[in-house]
Design a protein around this ligand. Sequence first.
Ligand code: AMP
Ligand code: GLY
Length: 423
Amino acid sequence: MNILVVGNGGREHALAWKIAQSEHATEVFVAPGNAGTEREPKLKNINIQATDIDNLIQFAKENDIELTVIGPEVPLSLGIVDRFEQEGLNCFGPTQKCAQLESSKTFSKDFMAKYHIPTANYQNFTDPQQAKAYLETQSFPIVIKASGLAAGKGVIIAQDLQEANDTVEDMLSGNKFGDAGAEIVIEEFLDGEEASFIVMCDGTHALAMASSQDHKARDNGDKGPNTGGMGAYSPAPIVTDKVHQKVMDEIIYPVIEGMKKEGESYKGFLYAGLMIMPNGEIKTLEFNCRFGDPETQPIMMRLESDLVELVFAALNEELDEYEASWSKKTALGVVMAAKGYPFDYPTGEAISGLTSDDGKCNKIFHAGTTSHKDQVLTHGGRVLCAVALGDTVADAYDHAYQLVDKIHWDNEYHRTDIGKKAF
Ligand code: AMP
Ligand code: GLY
């Protein structure tokens, strides 16, 4: 069958690469894709943006697309799945209403409160004076979040009252995040270790993907500004069997059942960002209504099952009859970014060393890249993710960084400690 993957990041390169390995896949199109998807043998880029829903529908109809998989959150928040379904087209992802779990942090917090899903204590605000009055009564550090989509950059951990007041001012009065910051959440700071818990949902059942851990801060030692993620590895040893079961019982299934009570069926990937606290409590930091980036890249390296079969099982509401099988190895991915990310950074720089991977034990997934004649140029903040498998986290670390060392461009930047916490 013909399959369409929507998006242009590292996540979509990894998803499309895995989908293309399915025996069910004839042609796999990526809209719009990047220089990496363009170079994969079974993938074909098409020049339609991920948010151009009308043209994506028209393309799907004209090219006998039997399955569309949505990568990023923005088209989901615009209701791309609802629109495809109205046209009778198979499309994997949550509806616009379900996607509010990610697109509105105030919705998400109120949903968690309503359905008793463990999360940090919080209050929502639109009025700066009320927010500041609330801050007077709180202890520090405290966490302030723009409610809308902000590409992982809309969360500030304020160390004292002054910084918190300035942040409230920036978001609610100063328009720092535009409409995304017109509503904010102020919540309790939680201390613990983070993990990414991603499942596939079919409206009633959930099938867990392999566990993983992201590195959100830009610099070594988890220092520097928050980013979309600078590297990830899978599995994450902190997600023990006991933690796994607790997350399924206390977080994942309550979301699915809560959505049912709201009249919605949650189908698609669901990502719970967890804080695992020293006392064993597990709280939800956030929900994403899609796969993680860069978590997808190491997770797809370990997936041995046919992803297309799993997606159809979810669309047909029979995920309870399926299992996913995973390589016993650890996969570790290092994001190679443009120097300056997540702020201003140069683009258009020529990249060398891109054929250094073997596609089995190690793999270079592209994110912000574009083709110019026969060269590949940088075209975004997060440019590549170099992933390798290993028998241990330390082994995967060595192999991944050996791959990183073979890739060059002028203003390249990466962390050198991805996964180090685990060995
Ligand atoms: P979010 O987009 O809500 O996951 O927040 C981005 C990052 O901010 C998280 O991955 C955490 O590192 C940090 N963070 C968010 N909420 C909290 C919290 N309540 N306590 C401590 N850190 C947090
Ligand atoms: N890596 C974090 C995210 O995808 O939101």
